[in-house]
Design a protein around this ligand. Sequence first.
Ligand SMILES: [Fe+2]
Ligand SMILES: [Fe+2]
Length: 218
Amino acid sequence: MHTGPSPFRHLSPLDRLLDSAQNALSTVLGAPRAARANPGLGEPEVVLDEPERRHAAGLMRINHTGEVCAQALYVGQAAVAREPATRDHLLEAAQEETDHLAWCADRLRELDSRPSLLNPLWYAGSWAIGAAAGLRGDGWNLGFVVETERQVEAHLEEHLQTLPPADARSRAILAVMKDDEARHADNALAAGARTLPPPIPALMAGMSKVMKAMAYRI
Ligand SMILES: [Fe+2]
Ligand SMILES: [Fe+2]
């Protein structure tokens, strides 16, 4: 887990790789710790019937995997970012994604369920995509953040509509995540993001559709 921007400005490629490896292990195998309190804890726990519980768990497993991908994208992008300011920007956003990751993991446990078994694969694929985007330059790097966050924001809105109405705890978590993702996109825009050309946004949406279909079940 990252603890904020690194004070070391000149990281060697090996440092960057070790940083990524440490993040990968703690994201996929560890129990990442949130810096902020879980927003769901302010809501009463209601016993859902079995189909509702399974549906809520499927949706929260998708959101958990989405956050695994977000960690990997940001860390992959940061590993190849040119400007220290861009790198710090990415790692700061990754810190808030760690909160999201931990909250989704908490909620999956409360729903008597588990994260996706395919998370190591999603991490590896997302890291590679993040690094590939980052290698094209910092404007692209930030453009990639904007597109990712906007797509996640839209999909969180969809989940807020389709969660069982009684599941106030999941809903409270997703509402805070949605606000955070919107801010991540705005910050990246302000930092000089460029607009990604077609077909990249459509490819990203296609990949996340596959991820959602698989993570709901596996
Ligand atoms: Fe997130
Ligand atoms: Fe985000």
